[in-house]
Design a protein around this ligand. Structure first.
Ligand SMILES: C[S@@+](CC[C@H](N)C(=O)[O-])C[C@H]1O[C@@H](n2cnc3c(N)ncnc32)[C@H](O)[C@@H]1O
Length: 193
């Protein structure tokens, strides 16, 4: 875990939800279908581009237009506060929330099988939101270099570190080809707004 003494601070905890998780546990429980993703950053104002990951609103166009004209958007509730929906609807898309639903990719690398490969969509979400264009992306556990390929495709400077030589070779092959051999992720609106 990043250390507070080194200037890292916790920003948010995300859930990576896997709609296609495979069964793997037995007994009185469901299969594992999520993993945690932790966002740590240094400095008081870490880069965060929410606009880069907004998803289409669920509300229909006429409802959005009505809300844009609503001058009384911030309505007080009995609890004493209200959210100004007129402003949020001017932002061009909904905040996707901190549950990131991206299907897991199985048998992802045709060259060398990797049992813990990450789908492109997951890398895409976090690179877009947390790293500026031209910024630096480093995956210290790079595997077959999914993060590196996606980072470079998105205009970031990206590199990685990997222990196993066979994955390094496969990663280099995929970087050279600009390949992640995966269907890019599609973010969906799970927030109902
Ligand atoms: C979960 S996989 C990462 C998969 C990668 N993000 C991808 O999507 O292709 C973790 C990788 O870390 C590598 N690894 C484990 N310990 C390491 C270490 N000390 N230094 C570098 N790589 C390491 C493993 O060989 C494995 O390929």
């Amino acid at each position: 875990m990043p250390s507070k003494n080194m200037g890292w601070r916790w920003v948010e905890t995300y859930i990576w939800a896997k709609p296609n998780a495979v069964p793997g546990k037995f007994g009185p429980r469901t299969k594992d279908s999520f993993e945690y993703v932790y966002h740590f950053a240094r400095g008081n104002k870490p880069f965060f581009d929410l606009n880069a990951i907004r998803v289409p609103y669920k509300a229909d166009t006429s409802e959005i237009e009505r809300r844009k004209k609503d001058t009384l958007g911030r309505r007080s509730t009995e609890a004493g506060f209200g959210r100004d929906r007129t402003k949020t609807y001017l932002l061009g898309g909904a905040d996707p929330g901190n549950v990131v639903a991206v299907a897991q990719t199985y048998n992802q690398y045709r060259g060398v099988a990797h049992t813990a490969a990450m789908p492109e969509g997951l890398a895409e979400f976090f690179i877009k939101v947390a790293c500026p264009v031209d910024g630096v992306v480093v995956d210290p556990f790079a595997g077959g270099a999914t993060t590196v390929v996606v980072g470079r495709r998105l205009g970031r400077q990206a590199g990685g570190v990997e222990l196993h030589e066979e994955f390094v070779k496969e990663g280099l092959r995929r970087i050279a080809a600009g390949l992640a051999e995966d269907t890019p992720g599609r973010l969906v609106n799970t927030m109902g707004v």
